[in-house]
Design a protein around this ligand. Sequence first.
Ligand code: FMN
Length: 206
Amino acid sequence: MTATLTRPLTATEAIETRRSIRKFVQEPVDQGDLREILRLASLAPSAWNAQTWRFAVVQDPQLREQLREAAYGQAQVTNAPAVIVVYSDMEDTLQTVEETAHPGMGEAGRSGQRQTFDGVFGQQDVAQRGQWGLSQANIAFGFLMVAARGLGYDTVPMLGFDPAKVRAILGLPEHVQFAGMLPIGKRAEEGFPHHRHPVERITKFY
Ligand SMILES: Cc1cc2nc3c(=O)[nH]c(=O)nc-3n(C[C@H](O)[C@H](O)[C@H](O)COP(=O)(O)O)c2cc1C
């Protein structure tokens, strides 16, 4: 548990106090906290429990420098002590899909999971099923931000980067799709207060 918190924030507190932070305290992220944040994010739900998300944690300064260049020079990438790149790997998901069947369902669950995925995605091309994989990874990306805030950390979600460059820097295959990159650390600025549509503007009640 992070030194500055005596308890994790509640979900409500984490959501209320999360805001995009682009200037960070210059200290490494506690490695135990980092693991716990990733574990919490991995508890995100996904259709058929597919868990298409994958995380690349970049703390190496030279690699972060390269990521910043791929992110059109956005300074938060090197200002943060760590960057978590969240991507989906639908091809890995399909190849290893038995792993995602609940163990309580035994061999029948494993073969059922294989049949489901082969049936739904076998005829789709890599790009089409990659899009589906990304829609699942986006859920984990959201969980990751809230989990980080809950343990006293701050983040800024980012999609402003060249995906081809980031794939090359991280040695990732062509088919992976990015949910985003997430610089993470402790805030050294307050960020902007939330500016959001009122609920009435975005909701129809039936
Ligand atoms: C998918 C996504 C991509 C974003 N990309 C960037 C980015 O490349 N650079 C940046 O500075 N902020 C980026 N943002 C941050 C948004 O500008 C910010 O979340 C939004 O203005 C709301 O502010 P808040 O996060 O402080 O509540 C991104 C946010 C999301 C969700």
